[in-house]
Ligand binder design. Structure first.
Ligand code: 13P
Length: 287
């Protein structure tokens, strides 16, 4: 059964480790992440962006697929199904469809509007026993080839949003989605420290987990990060393994064109990446 992310993140914050959110794109992705979590005896959060939601034929399809896998693959570790960077409408649609957790990303609104909308969704998710993530300060990333720097969140605004009763808070600390550019300045630990001092026990979320050096990940966890999102890194390892299979001509040998064979190396590559992250984040054997 899907669970809210609340308990797993409270335990992570207390135990000084982080739970990984791995974004899913299709059946292979979902199965790879769930099986790895079970093998590592680790709690896990499956992230679904609105784009990935559309790609997988809609939120209800995803809920059906994930619930089916939990049962038929005998997954017993805690699993949350979480909307990633949701709009207000997307959040409502996922609540209806049976997700166990949502992120409402109101970081592009003026703070008053972000607060008003987040507050409304906190009331709904609380009533349903779901977890909710809010965001303050935008997370940079590549859009149309332009890499925007991550904007650092204002710790006072973080406190205002944390006080609304959200489960977890994503705050921009110079992190960006996708690969980091050569000249990236690194995470702003001063900002993170100031936010943690203001927000106390609130589990903090680090987006853009791909490509952050290990020492920075560990320091971020020390300073209160309890959830780390990873997406691009699984995509890169899937693509590299698939490319190798095809470049070696394996799809042309025997029944190598069968999608169950063609996608197998990519599936194994996602599993290896997820395992590596779970070990780094310290969530192994924390189920
Ligand atoms: P990356 O794609 O950089 O790993 O970021 C994932 C993320 O933060 C999803 O919200």
């Amino acid at each position: 059964m899907l669970v809210s992310a609340k308990d797993m993140l409270t335990k992570a914050k207390e135990g000084h480790y982080a739970v990984g959110q791995f974004n899913i794109n299709n059946l292979e992705w979902t199965k790879a992440v769930l099986l790895t979590a079970q093998e590592c005896n680790s709690p896990v959060i499956l992230g679904v962006s609105e784009g990935a939601g559309k790609y997988m034929a809609g939120y209800k399809t995803i809920v059906g697929m994930v619930n089916g896998m939990l049962e038929e693959l005998n997954i017993t570790v805690p699993v949350a199904l979480h909307l990633d960077h949701g709009s207000y409408e997307g959040a409502k649609a996922c609540i209806e469809a049976g997700f166990s957790s949502i992120m409402f990303d109101g970081s592009h609104y003026p703070i008053e509007e972000n607060i008003a909308k987040t507050k409304e969704l906190v009331a709904i998710t609380n009533e349903k026993g779901m977890s909710i993530e809010a965001e303050v300060g935008s997370i940079g990333g590549e859009e149309d080839g332009v890499v925007g720097a991550g904007e650092c969140a204002d710790p006072e605004e973080c406190k205002m949003v944390a006080d609304l009763g959200v489960t977890m808070l994503a705050a921009g600390i110079g992190n960006i989605h996708g690969k980091y550019p050569e000249n990236w300045a690194g995470l702003s630990f001063d900002t993170l420290d100031a936010i943690q001092k203001k927000t106390g026990k609130m589990p903090l979320v680090l987006h853009g987990g791909t490509g952050i050096p290990e020492d920075m990940i560990k320091k971020a966890i020390d300073l209160g990060v309890s959830k780390i999102n990873v997406n691009t890194e699984c995509q890169l390892s899937f693509a590299a393994a698939t490319r190798k299979y095809i470049e070696e001509g394996k799809d042309l040998q025997g029944k190598g064109f069968d999608p169950r064979k063609l996608l197998a190396p990519g599936f194994e590559a996602i599993k290896a990446t997820v395992k590596e992250k779970m070990e780094l984040f310290g969530s192994v054997n924390k189920a």
